[in-house]
Ligand binder design. Structure first.
Ligand SMILES: *Cc1c(COP(=O)(O)O)cnc(C)c1O
Length: 355
């Protein structure tokens, strides 16, 4: 019995806009949200009608399972406005698929495509004035789902809430990033939830990252939990290494998130004629390359920062600085990708989707 209409979106418009209070030239990442959000509840085994409504706080039962057992997942994506004022998404189907694989891993219901994709498009259209033109401005999109069912018995919730928030963002420069290679702490383990975009994966990183911060490192490069000999992710990003003119990155696994930026950069690099090797990369290899002078670059890759160059890394109390090079792969690939995303160059890959 399905009486609810998950194929129609109800819209309740805000009575006033907050847009005039926002300084679009000085946005800190993820701090400002648009006038509306999308909400869709899962109750009694069914998705209810999605609603676009004014952004406002939530009222939840204090025993809701998200607070006690951490059933919470999210996605991170972006929208771009081109010079014709058309809005574009970048590979949204990939975020949608990944969201539902995260849902399955966390024993949560899969979200219907209409709710996620069509809901997002309608939300973006309603708040389109918040999406600014130009390479420097994007709309960061945060779809997420939480367990709203009440009761502290430790089993999966019956009820869930899916939401999409929009947060206008400037291009993200994190400055000089020094990283610490993890020798004890782990982000993920075989059989665990590292490949899911689960909220708890982030909570688990905060403490080891804060210890690294105290030593003057902005991020941690995570290694495999069993041996701490393989390089896996940089903070909340996938990680690439350039040794001579070869670009190296680890294969995705149960411990590594299948990043959309990562796979897009691999395809773009190959198209540029760069030799890319997707294989386990050893810490010992990195140290040896540093000593021989063949390690040219390390960079993180993810939706928020796109490409984040790393200035140096520390391993077993030794700091290895990376050379300052011209024509870095990091800046080449970042330019290529952001130009494609902002529709400044032709999208020969077919990755951009019009809203
Ligand atoms: C989201 C995320 C990434 C990057 O994925 P993108 O799809 O490129 O944004 C990488 N690693 C982790 C752990 C992440 O959560």
């Amino acid at each position: 019995m399905s009486t609810t209409q998950t194929n129609k979106i109800e819209t309740i418009k805000a009575t006033a806009t907050k847009i005039n209070e926002v300084d679009f030239d000085n946005l800190s990442f993820g701090a400002v949200f648009t006038d509306h959000l999308l909400e869709c509840d899962f109750i009694n085994g069914e998705w209810q009608q999605p609603v676009i409504k004014p952004y406002a706080p939530l009222l939840l039962d204090p025993s809701a399972k998200v607070f006690h057992y951490g059933q919470a997942i999210f996605e991170g994506m972006k929208a771009y406005k081109d010079t014709n004022n058309d809005i574009w998404l970048f590979r949204p189907d990939e975020n949608y698929k990944r969201f539902n694989s995260s849902a399955v891993r966390m024993a949560m219901p899969e979200v219907p495509e209409f709710v996620f994709i069509e809901g997002l498009k309608q939300l973006l259209k309603l708040d389109e004035a918040w999406v600014k033109n130009g390479n420097e401005s994007t709309m960061y999109i945060r779809p997420f789902m939480i367990a709203t069912g009440a009761g502290v018995v430790a089993n999966p919730s019956e009820d869930y809430k899916f939401m999409i928030l929009l947060s206008p963002a400037k291009a993200y420069y994190s400055g000089e990033v020094k990283v610490l290679i993890a020798e004890h702490f782990s982000r993920a383990a075989n059989g665990g939830i590292g490949a899911a975009k689960a909220a708890g994966n982030y909570a688990g990183q905060f403490y080891p990252t804060s210890l690294a911060n105290k030593e003057g490192f902005q991020q941690v490069i995570w290694t495999d939990d069993a041996t701490h000999t393989k390089l896996e992710e940089a903070g909340t990003m996938n990680v690439f290494f350039r040794i001579n003119d070869t670009l190296l990155t680890a294969p995705v696994s149960e411990r590594i998130l299948d990043g959309i930026t990562r796979k897009s950069l691999i395809d773009m690099a190959e198209k540029e004629g760069i030799n890319v090797e997707v294989r386990p990369v050893l810490v010992s290899e990195l140290v040896e390359a540093s000593q021989k002078g063949t390690l040219k670059e390390i960079f993180g890759a993810g939706t928020a920062a796109v490409v984040n160059p790393i200035a140096g890394y520390s391993y077993k109390e030794v700091y290895y600085e990376l050379p300052k090079i011209e024509n870095s792969f990091a800046s080449l690939l970042k330019d290529k990708l952001t130009s494609l995303q902002n529709k400044l160059t032709e999208d020969t890959f077919g990755w951009t989707v019009k809203v």
